[in-house]
Structures are given as C-alpha cells and as structure tokens.
Design a protein around this ligand. Structure first.
Ligand code: XIL
Length: 591
C-alpha cells in the first residue's frame, strides 16, 4: 500500500494546489489537460484496449481518462498512454511528476500501471519511473527526482504503461513541473512504497522461523575417542558449517571470474564470501555461445567455480522469442521445420557440451511472454526440449523459469495461471521436468510475504522442488530494499520445497539494474548486503563449541550442509568433514 508522506510546509502547498496545476515557482512541462488528452498507443492498443474521457465528482479535477484493457497483452508497454513535453529538461533540474489514479475494474480489485518520464526512442532512458498501484478509490502519486541527463522536448515523453493484465484504470490530474536546478528535491512530496508484513511483529515471521527450524536443520552427533578407542568425556569440540546445503546463489560474469584486475579479484572474493551457487548472467545464452572461444572461456570459469566448491546452474537452453536468439535464426520463421531442427540441435548440442558441469538447467524461459517459437512450432514442442536436454545431460535437473509469478503482489493473474497450465501441460506430455523456477525481479510492488507463501504452496502442489532463480529488488529506497530482501529470502528458505535463492548479480558495475545490486560501484555494501550477510552468515549459520558428555558425545542441531568438526583441547589435529543432510549425521573424532 502506498503511504503519502507530506511534511509540514508541503501540506500547505498541497492543500492550496489542485493537481493539474503547476507547483509554485515551477514551469509546467505538460499541458493542463494532459491526463485526458494523452494518446493511447502500443503494439496491442488497437486490438486490446479502449479509452474514453469520464466525468468525476468530488475531486480536484472533474474529468479523467479511463482505459480498459480487454484482453491479455504480452508486455506492460504493449498498451501505453503518452504525452509530449512542452519544454526541454536540463541535467540537474528538479522535477515533480504528479497524477491521480484509480482502479475502475480488475479481477483482484487492484490494478497496476507504471509511469515514466523517458526518452521517446533509442535506449528509452528514464528520468523518472515509478509503479502506480491503486484500488477503487482515487490515489495521488507524487514522484520527485533530479534529472540525470538533458532531454530535449522533441525526444521526451511521459509514458504510462498499462499492460499489466486485464484491468480498467482511470488517470487524472497529470502534471510535470520543472522547479529548476536550485529547488530542494527532498522537500517535495513523495509517495512512499512499502509492503504488508514489513512490521517487526508481523505474524508470518514466527511461523517462518518455526518452519526453518523444522526443515532446514538436522541432528549431528559427534563422538570422541582416545588412542585406545575409549570415549573421551569433557573433550572440547567445534562444529562449523562451511557450506549451506541450500543454494544461496548469484549470477556471475565470465570476465570477472577470469580477469586479472584488482576489481576482478575483489569481485571473486565477495562472491566466495557470500554465495555457494552461481549462474552465468549471459554467457551460456545462445547468442553468446555462438561467438568464437566463448565456450572455452565458460569452461575455464566453470573450472574456477568448481575449484571453490560452487555448484553452477545453466541458463538458458530455450528462450523462445527471436529477440533472445542469434540473428541467423530469424529467417527460419518462414521455414518451420528448419527452425524446429535448429532449436532442437541447440538443446542437444549445448546440454551435451556442458554435460555433467551444470547441476541444473533452465530448459524453458518465460513461456508466457515468449511465444514466437511455439506459435510456429506448436506448444507440444516444449516437451521435446526437455526430453532432448535429459538425453544429452542425464544428471542435470531440468527446470522451467518465469517472472511475475512471485513478483508484483500476484496481480498478474493471467501470467500466473498460464505458468501453472504450462507446467501441468509439460507434465502431462511426459516432459522430464524436475524443478519450477521463479525469477523474482521485483520493482516497487513488493509482494506481501503471506502471498509469496501462498503462491509457493500453490505451485508446490506439483510436488517438485522450487527455486528462486533471478532475485533482485530494483527500487531507490535502500532500507526498503534491505527489509524486503531479508523477508523474501526468509519466506523462501522456510518453504520445505524451495531448494535455493539465486540473486541476479551483486555488484552495481555488473548488474542489469545497478541500483538493485547489493554492493555499489565502489564495492561499498548497501543495507541489502548487510541484511543478506546477517541472515545467511549469522542467523542461519551453525558454529558451536561444546564439551562432550560422560559417553564422549555431543549433539548439535545445525543447519544442513558441509561441516568441519575439530577437537580443540588437544595439540594434534583431529578434524573431520561431514555432510549434515536430511537424515542427520554421526561423526567420530579420533587421534
Ligand atoms: C538479462 C541480463 O541480465 C542482461 O544483461 C541482458 O542484456 C538481458 O538479459 N530474465 C532472464 C535473464 O531470464 O536471462 C535476463 O537477463 C533477465 C530477465
């Protein structure tokens, strides 16, 4: 839910200000009637959406633009509203974008749009960007910011993305004010985002901790013997978890793993300190593997990771839109059988090339938003990809992977239903599907932990292991980011069927959404890094020193994983490495 925080002075300002007007002292960058005159555009606008101006009573405005999304559309920007700018923006200008929005109709009573001040082409670079989540009543959204670059009015637009499922949304009072370079951005009103369940005493916490205690720990028995094989009472024994059984992973880049610059070394050190599992961000995608020498480089990076005890996921065998694949594939859209062969061969070749090296593979990525291949080849083709992957690398676990399932407060119901139906269909077709992946690319619409748990339970009914594969939280509130990272990982760790949480990178200079990274450009830990470390390497670790009883035994209930057991009260080394698994472990220390 959004909380509008308005400080003393601004309260006065806002009360005397109707929203379509300009902030005092600022210059209006949009026409006063911008909300009702925006243009409805986008790939799906014509066939999937309608717009009309409606009357409104009892608000600071009397007209609103209502947009109805009639049928599901592939992307948020498949249907959007745009408004041109009246004047250019200079780097350093303080801006305030405001609007009102409400949900007229949706399957959940909530709706989502996202608002942007952006370049109207090329890289679509954004100066301002925020989600707008509303219910039936009118909500005002204030989005201030400092322009990070110049934008000429010919190249700029305000864009409101509407394609988040079937919904009817109303927009009013849209204004964008340029307050110039000397205004104080921190003094402007700002709509704050948070999530239900963030409270320290939220009921879900105790339940999650109890499940973690039950499912993530196991009993370790340590016995000590002397040189004659007799139990040693009063011996001092240390049990230290070296590596979690649960996958705490991250996306990595081959350049960083093989590089010889000091920053590469720092990257590797942080990687080893925080994570036990890796996945290549781009290097095992088809277009990259097509490049000469790339396979060799990936193999060398894999050697390095193996040498440090990492397990590595493979990503991705089929991402079934042309956009994500080599350009030479495009013309095959007109030759279905050649396309079929090319994709099948890629699966067989790639899974075979890395046979035994990845413990699991994303076989099929984003089937809801990527249907170009299946429109040509038919949906049953997807099961073939799994079968071919199994044949080429029999020991790898084979996963399906998608986004917007756990993200976005479960508002994208069509996407979620489609994912469930696809999994069901694959199983029915005999696809060797071993695991269900949830990407976890979060924006401001942070999913209530109870809803995360309910969604995991829903997909848990397939009886398969589940994993979070690409977690990142792309928002500009570092404390909210840290809190949500902690809570989201806690819920996932507490679900008995979840086997791992992989983050989509950790360093801002190697991150597709730099502000989502745990560490900034200079490797300074952000609050999220500290929260993660605190959770995984303090709260959820086991490192105890105990004294054996009269039978020479100590019992430890510890987190599952690889342990180093050492005897501390004797000068000679007595050390054992033991795996604490589901059924517990029994280990004996002797001279
Ligand atoms: C992204 C990478 O992070 C970018 O560097 C690249 O330009 C595009 O792909 N879902 C996925 C990932 O499955 O492969 C995507 O990775 C992010 C969304």
């Amino acid at each position: 839910m959004t909380i509008l925080r308005i400080t003393g002075l601004l309260l006065l300002l806002c009360v005397s200000m109707t929203n379509a007007q300009t902030m005092p002292g600022g210059r209006a960058l949009l026409k006063p009637d911008a909300a009702t005159t925006m243009q409805l555009v986008g790939d799906s606008a014509e066939q999937s959406a309608t717009s009309r101006v409606v009357d409104v009573a009892g608000q600071p405005f009397n007209k609103a633009l209502q947009v109805e999304i009639l049928t599901p559309v592939p992307k948020p920007w498949s249907v959007l509203l745009i408004a041109p700018l009246l004047e250019p923006v200079r780097k350093g200008d303080v801006l305030l974008l405001s609007l009102y929005a409400r949900t007229a109709k949706s399957m959940t009573g909530e709706s989502l749009v996202s608002v942007h001040l952006e370049r109207n082409g090329g890289d679509w670079a954004k100066l301002l960007e925020a989600p707008v989540a509303t219910r039936g009543d009118w909500t005002r959204i204030d989005l201030p910011g400092v322009a990070a670059f110049d934008l000429s009015n010919d190249d700029a637009q305000v864009a409101i993305h509407l394609g988040f499922g079937q919904q009817t949304v109303e927009i009013a009072g849209l204004s964008l004010t340029n307050l110039g370079p000397n205004a104080d951005v921190n003094a402007l009103p700002r709509t704050r985002y948070t999530y239900a369940g963030r409270e320290p005493d939220a009921p879900w916490r105790a339940n999650a901790d109890a499940r973690i205690e039950q499912h993530r720990k196991s009993d370790l028995t340590i016995r000590t013997l002397d040189a004659d094989g007799k139990p040693v009472a009063g011996a001092k024994v240390r049990a230290r978890l070296m590596r979690h059984a649960f996958a705490f992973g991250t996306a990595v880049n081959v350049d960083e793993i093989l590089g010889s610059e000091p920053q590469n070394a720092q990257y590797r050190q942080t990687l080893c300190e925080l994570f036990n599992t890796a996945v290549f961000e781009n290097e095992t995608k088809w277009p990259t593997l097509d490049k000469p020498d790339e396979t060799q480089r990936v193999m060398r990076a894999l050697d390095w990771l193996d040498g440090r005890g990492f397990r590595t996921r493979g990503h991705v065998l089929v991402w079934p839109n042309f956009e994500w694949n080599p350009d030479w594939l495009r013309p095959l859209a007109a030759e279905p059988e050649k396309l079929r062969d090319a994709v099948r061969n890629h699966v067989t070749r790639t899974a075979g090339l890395f046979r035994g090296r990845f413990y699991e593979w994303d076989v099929l990525n984003e089937p809801y938003t990527n249907q170009e291949f299946t429109q040509i080849l038919g949906n049953p083709e997807r099961a073939q990809w799994f079968k071919l992957a199994r044949a080429a690398d029999p020991n790898a676990l084979l996963d399906i992977n998608d986004f917007a399932i756990l993200e976005g407060n479960a508002l994208d119901r069509e996407h979620i239903d489609y994912y469930e139906a696809t999994i069901r269909e694959l199983i029915d077709q005999g696809a060797p599907l071993d695991g269900i992946g949830f990407q976890g690319h979060f924006g401001y619409l942070l999913t209530n932990p109870d809803v995360v748990l309910a969604t995991l339970d829903r997909f848990g009914r397939f009886g398969k292991p589940m994993k979070i594969t690409e977690l990142d939280i792309n928002i500009d509130d570092p404390q909210l980011q840290a809190d949500y990272l902690r809570d989201f990982i806690t819920v996932c760790f507490s679900h008995p069927q979840v086997t791992g949480v992989t983050q989509w990178g950790f360093w801002a200079r190697r991150h597709w959404r730099p502000r989502a990274a745990l560490f900034d450009e200079a490797f300074k830990p952000r609050p999220a890094a500290i929260a993660f470390k605190d959770l995984v390497h303090r709260k959820w670790t086991t490192d105890v020193t105990l004294t054996t009883d009269a039978e020479g035994v100590v019992k430890v209930r510890g987190f599952k994983g690889d342990y180093e057991i050492t005897r501390l009260d004797v000068p000679s080394t007595q050390r054992e490495i033991v795996v604490l698994g589901d059924r517990g472990a029994d280990v004996t220390l002797r001279p």
